[in-house]
Write a protein of this length. Structure first.
Length: 294
């Protein structure tokens, strides 16, 4: 007995309309009619009473429907279980990398994992924070790099791996570029160039200004490189993670200054419960736990 025919019978029993049921099943109406007739022949009973204008369940169809629903549900559950088994035993792994990974030590740890497990089929995909969140929500990947204020689900976990802070980045000829530190009050009077709108760092920065009851003058929210280009053009002051500021410190046209009070944050990995991870993902998580910030 073709279990797909049983599922189609359940759909038709719910719709009581061949055209609507066929559309929902993404098959032709003639194919649906053929499959229902085949199921009826196998069961030795007519499942529907048909007229030229409508159909309704026959006595046999009404009796069989409860069993058909159970069969359809069990088939779906078994398919999900088998897919889960295949996923868990997979030896392939896709690792999500935050945009501009060179600014974070996570890249070094990932390289170490690759060398430790050369038997795994290994690939990396780079996305900005919003893209990573979308991939995580869709379960395209189950472990992603993230900041401590990243939105996690009730069963998900954040594993901190490093502590950092926000720095102010000025053009070299700015009056505050040579200051040992700057305050949020001073920055409140500047045109601000911030990381991606809606991202964790942007939220962290805006929250700090709100706590000080300062309304920041934001003129740009975009890519890190875009922020720096605009700083050099004299369009404003940028706020970024210390790692990014360190990476561009050799640029003679800009200067990074400490913010007082400090805007500190943690970054690391967000992951689903270990029981939901594939074998390869569990190996990766176990490897990265060696570097967890205690």
């Amino acid at each position: 007995m073709d279990t797909n025919y049983i599922r189609e019978f359940v759909m038709l029993a719910d719709c009581l309309n061949f055209s609507e049921a066929a559309e929902r099943l993404f098959i032709s109406q003639s194919s649906l009619s053929k499959h229902i007739r085949a199921l009826e022949r196998e069961l030795g009973a007519s499942l529907f009473d048909r007229t030229t204008r409508s159909i309704r369940l026959s006595a046999a169809g009404d009796l069989y429907l409860a069993y058909a629903r159970r069969i359809a549900e069990l088939c779906s559950e078994s398919e999900i279980a088998m897919d889960d088994l295949r996923r868990r035993s997979s030896t392939s792994l896709t690792i999500a990398v935050m945009q501009n990974p060179q600014y974070y030590n996570l890249t070094k740890y990932m390289t170490g994992f690759r060398l430790a497990h050369p038997d795994l089929s290994f690939s990396m995909v780079e996305e900005d924070e919003i893209g990573l969140y979308d991939m995580f929500q869709k379960k395209t990947v189950n472990i992603i790099p993230a900041f401590s204020n990243f939105r996690v689900g009730a069963d998900d976990s954040f594993m901190p791996m490093a502590k950092s802070s926000i720095m102010a980045i000025f053009r070299r000829d700015h009056p505050l570029a040579s200051a040992p530190r700057v305050t949020l009050r001073q920055l409140g009077g500047e045109r601000l160039l911030l990381p991606t709108r809606g991202g964790s760092l942007s939220d962290l920065i805006l929250s700090a200004f709100r706590r000080e009851q300062i309304e920041p003058h934001i003129v740009y929210e975009g890519s890190s490189i875009g922020c720096i280009d605009l700083v050099k053009a004299g369009m404003g002051v940028s706020l970024h993670a210390r790692e990014f500021a360190d990476a561009i410190s050799s640029d003679e046209d800009i200067a990074a200054v400490t913010i007082d009070p400090p805007m500190t944050f943690l970054y690391g990995l967000v992951h689903r419960p270990p029981a939901e991870l594939s074998h390869a993902e569990q190996l990766y998580l176990s490897h990265m736990m060696r570097y967890e910030l205690k």
